[in-house]
Design a binder for this molecule. Structure first.
Ligand code: 1GP
Length: 240
């Protein structure tokens, strides 16, 4: 655990954030991805993409590893797991966002899955990056809310979001991820992004419902170091 990759992948995110170089992750849901067209998929994502994330709220056993293997064959970009649960861990990826769902009080997603993950992480090179994960109301019932049985934080309660993110940093987390939920109607607001960014000293990731260049740039302007986009590219690669 925490071997060679962990330092470099996290350090790169940290350096980019300090230098204000914006990062873009494209998220692949293994359930919606056709590995046979990986090469075409990689050609159609934005050239400024810096990371590929792989994960979903519920994924069939083995599907994540199949997708990661196909990606690793075709790209030198870091392939980072963004798992909904422990079943999605595979050492074939470069890194793992070790997500703790700080916005809710379901202990399973705060620490439970993580304890189960340890035996799978032992003895491999997967970089483990501790990430405070905050689900924020995006105007729809998200898969994350459904699967974790937690309520999102209201976008009106900016202080609670800020305090939750800061608590994550104080607990030693290396990244904060503000998540409006895949396919959110309303992405995380600029006000929230700026307020969180002003409070924390670790890189800030923002995703959920970001579909346009304008929305992406607005998130960067507000303070996001990395934007995560999934659904917008998924529709072009859905399994038949
Ligand atoms: C979801 O934040 C990611 O976990 C990406 O959301 O699919 O809406 O782009 P979208």
């Amino acid at each position: 655990m925490l071997k060679k990759n962990s330092k470099s992948i996290y350090q790169e995110i940290l350096f980019a954030s300090r230098e204000n170089r914006k990062l873009l992750a494209i998220l692949i849901d293994p359930e919606e991805f056709n590995s046979a067209t990986t090469s075409e998929f990689l050609k159609q994502i934005p050239p400024e993409t810096t990371h590929i994330f792989v994960g979903g709220s519920t994924v069939t056993n083995g599907a994540t590893e199949t997708v990661v293997t196909a990606l690793k064959f075709q790209t030198s970009m870091p392939v980072v797991l963004f798992p909904g649960d422990v079943s999605q861990l595979t050492p074939k990826a470069d890194a793992l966002l070790f997500l703790s769902l700080l916005s809710g009080t379901n202990s399973e997603y705060l620490i439970g899955q993580h304890v189960q993950a340890v035996s799978k992480l032992r003895g491999n090179d997967l970089a483990v990056i501790s990430t405070g994960y905050l689900l924020i109301d995006g105007g729809t019932t998200s898969a994350v809310a459904r699967v974790t049985n937690t309520n999102p934080l209201s976008q009106n309660n900016v202080q609670k979001i800020v305090d939750t993110a800061k608590a994550g940093e104080l607990l030693g987390m290396k990244l904060i991820y503000l998540e409006a939920g895949s396919g959110a109607k309303t992405p995380v607001s600029d006000t929230i992004i700026t307020a969180v960014k002003n409070e924390i000293n670790i890189p800030l990731l923002v995703g959920g419902g970001i579909k346009t260049e304008r929305q992406k740039q607005a998130a960067y302007q507000a303070g996001a170091n990395m934007v995560v986009m999934g659904t917008h590219f998924e529709v072009r690669n859905t399994k038949s």
